[in-house]
Design a protein around this ligand. Structure first.
Ligand code: FMN
Ligand code: SF4
Length: 470
């Protein structure tokens, strides 16, 4: 039976572990930073050496897309003469996701150490933590911890006598999901509305913050950097499975007995094990059966219980899919922000989708017509369906709208994020959408007939009373 493997959360949940610097230092905190600053490789600079280690480790971004961290860092334009910035994406707004905040609230110095090493490796002198607006306690705590780090000269001028200068600031978002999209985040950090930028030309590695080369990485990704430097890239790559290295913190929510966050070696547990094993989700409530699973946050395509996939020529049940980046993509969905949302047979699937669609309609930034109008039409159609005003053809209507949002018609991947749930929910549960619309139509038709009959049948009592008055 697979177990949790705690690399990032090694200390966070230990009894007595606190988020202050003293406690972090007692647990070996900032030793890896000292190691990084003292590196003297023979054939390359210490910075290039660390970047090479990140590449060797196979680390993939934990924010959603699973893009290679080493490759992202290699795209940074280091010859422009402009400053290079690093931004930690701590927006964590994808519904179902609650992993980054565990790090921020329980082990914030780990993130700060990971950031300092990442900044050192990329010659960054100024970095930001862009934190979701609602996490005001997290912002306060991070500011306190940055203050503690400055006092010990882990930050500031001439870090630990190395000659390297670095400052990190916390920036609070205003509570919009679109601020999680890296170019929207950058606009917001510049003090503007978080309208995502079009790529090309605005690839952050070249034209990012203040149009300077910029790295945007997720909280968990940056924490991993510390562990890679501590253990070496090759050793890190032994964790997890090939091309899916290291660990991931998985948020499990919905109809399981033990909702919560669990750190696993990537690909070493299946979706079924994460939902049913006593070590993880602990199974469904008594008497219930599984209906559907969203495997990577609300924008990931839903899986239906019993669904089968062809993976490397073999038929695999949805529950037997290894929870890793590649298997889930091959099965037509994604591990996204590694948030598993479990739905049992008590779930009204039309209501569930209506809820998701309302969120996306609310959060669209409105720059692109297909996304702005499409997300609203989807939400309105689903609102009708869940309020007795549906039509049998609404299932096809929803898919037609959703099909016309993504696929290069929009500036950012929000277009995909709002279309994928609709496309997959309707494709996999079409009978429920059609049944709901048909029932609504039949109810309306029956009501219309009753009213018509009433109109055509004179009320003899009222006719008599009129006659008697005359
Ligand atoms: C709609 C949308 C929302 C996103 N929200 C987040 C978020 O809350 N946190 C995050 O780290 N990345 C989020 N991302 C991904 C970021 O754009 C970016 O790819 C990521 O922060 C890069 O970090 P990584 O390479 O370490 O994963 C979002 C992307 C999209 C399209
Ligand atoms: S796809 Fe949607 S969220 Fe993204 S820029 Fe266009 S309108 Fe805004």
């Amino acid at each position: 039976m697979p177990q949790e493997y705690k690399l990032i959360l090694k200390h966070a949940d230990e009894p007595g572990y606190t988020p202050d610097l003293e406690c972090y230092l007692r647990h070996g905190g900032y030793e890896t930073l000292k190691k990084a600053l003292a590196l003297r490789p023979q054939t390359q600079t210490p910075q290039a050496f660390i970047r090479q280690e990140i590449m060797t480790s196979g680390l993939r971004g934990r924010g959603g897309a699973g893009f290679s961290c080493g490759l992202k860092w290699s795209f940074v334009d280091r010859k422009s003469g402009k400053p290079v910035y690093l931004i930690c994406n701590a927006d964590e707004s994808e519904p179902g996701t609650f992993k980054d905040r565990q790090i921020i609230y329980k082990d914030p110095h780990q993130l700060i150490e990971g950031m300092i090493i990442s900044c050192f490796a990329n010659d960054v002198k100024l970095a930001y933590i862009y934190i979701r607006g609602e996490m005001s306690d997290g912002a306060k705590l991070l500011n306190q911890c940055l203050q503690e780090a400055r006092a010990k000269n882990f930050l500031g001028k001439n870090v630990l006598g190395s000659g390297y200068d670095l400052e990190i600031h916390v920036h609070r978002g205003a509570g919009a999901y679109i601020c999680g999209v890296e170019t929207g985040l950058i606009e917001s950090l510049e003090g503007k509305r978080p309208y995502p930028r079009i790529k090309p030309p605005y690839f952050p590695a070249v034209f990012g913050l203040w149009l300077c080369p910029t790295i945007v990485n997720n909280v968990e990704t940056l924490c991993n950097v510390k562990h890679i430097v501590a253990m070496g890239g090759a050793e890190f790559a032994k964790l997890g499975t090939p091309n899916n290295t290291g660990t991931r913190i998985v948020s499990i929510s919905g109809h399981v007995k033990r909702p919560g966050y669990y750190e696993i070696e990537i690909g070493k547990a299946t979706i079924g094990q994460l939902i049913f094993d006593a070590n993880f989700g602990g199974g469904l409530r008594p008497g219930r059966s599984l209906k559907a699973v969203i495997p990577g946050g609300s924008s990931a395509k839903v899986f239906k219980a019993g669904e089968k996939f062809k993976i490397k020529g073999k038929e695999v049940d949805m529950l037997d899919l290894p929870y890793d980046f590649d298997s889930l993509i091959q099965a037509g969905s994604m591990s996204g922000s590694s948030a598993i949302i479990v739905m049992d047979d008590s779930t009204d699937i039309v209501e569930a989708l209506a809820n998701i669609a309302e969120f996306y309609a609310h959060e669209s930034c409105g720059q692109c017509t297909p996304c702005r109008e499409g997300s609203l039409w989807l939400s309105k159609a689903l609102h009708r369906l869940t309020h007795g005003e549906g039509r049998a053809q609404d299932a096809d209507y929803l898919v037609k709208i959703a099909d016309n949002i993504p696929g290069g018609r929009t500036i950012c991947a929000f277009g995909e994020a709002c279309a994928w749930p609709v496309q997959s929910f309707v494709a996999k549960f079409k009978d429920e959408f059609v049944a709901r619309g048909t029932a609504d139509e039949e109810r309306r038709e029956a009501k219309r007939k009753t009213e018509l009959t009433k109109l055509q049948t004179p009320d003899l009592n009222s006719v008599n009373s009129v006659n008697s008055v005359q």
